[in-house]
Design a binder for this molecule. Sequence first.
Ligand code: F6P
Length: 358
Amino acid sequence: MRVGMLTSGGDCQALNATMRGVAKSLYKMCDDVEIIGFEDGYRGLIHADYQIMKPSDFSGILTKGGTILGTSRQPFKLMRVPDENGLDKVEAMKHTYRKLKLECLVVLGGNGSQKTANLLREEGLNVVSLPKTIDNDLWGTDVTFGFQSAINVATNAIDCIHTTAASHGRVFIVEVMGHKVGWLTLYAGLAGGADIILLPEIPYDLDVIVKALKERNKQGKRFSILAVAEGAISKEDAKLSKKELKEKKKNQVVYPSVAYELGAKITEKTGQEVRVTVPGHTQRGGEPCPYDRVLSTRLGAAAAGLIMKKDYGYMVAMKNNEITKVPLAEVAGRLKTVDPNCSMIREAKLLGISFGDE
Ligand code: F6P
């Protein structure tokens, strides 16, 4: 039995641990399994760049960050668009799959990758996918692998800022990854004791932020820490269409990112010194935390179980602390966002944490 495997999209900490979980379980359950590893995600499947994996390739990688197969971003919206040489990518992927006589394809990926996995399923390939992303924004699973490890990194950044913040009377902004969803910022912000947390799902009002900062000053607090998602957006901007926003930005000062823009505006309004920290891709780096190692191992074993039963067309998932499967057709194209009225936000507000909205 030949099984294809690929890691697609932005990397994260437990990709290797997950592949190990799938591979070790398959080798254990099936005597004649051969795993084909595609290089750099769907790119490898399109261009038939692959390695025949050996069981030893999956040993010693439980704690190793990154992905031994490499990854790349192959946008879903371009999948049906021929490449610069006129290549039909979907046909090319099907061709590679059939030429290699694969029994199935195992895809480790986030939102876009799950959409392509579903497209390949619709095209008749046997697909099993696993939920990867530090953003935790995949619909159908309570948690994705990579998320907890990224929380650790982002929290550590806020912790480090705390000690320096206590020495200087300044406003600190830590920009956390997440363009569309704020799970990572919410968890790291709470875990790191941020005073203000800004998420893409809760548009902010600058005046509310300024009021919260002044309030802290009045209480004699020497510093304030903001955990700000990459995709945090003001109330005015949230009302604009993508096109209108682009037009508006054209006539404004260009900042490297939202944290810098916010920092400049806070200084303008309060006269307070602001420092910005962007942990960036460190949030996807380093070794997976123990939670992710366990999650990945369990998800990997469950994916292998589906393959042994020839039960295809699913993403393995974690629901209410149980490993389960969700139809790819349901997962594809749906984002799991933070509900602004969820209990976690309400509890954080009870503590006095400001989300910049009220
Ligand atoms: O999808 C994971 C993620 O790390 C997001 O949190 C972030 O916005 C994006 O990828 C960064 O993408 P890239 O690595 O392509 O710069």
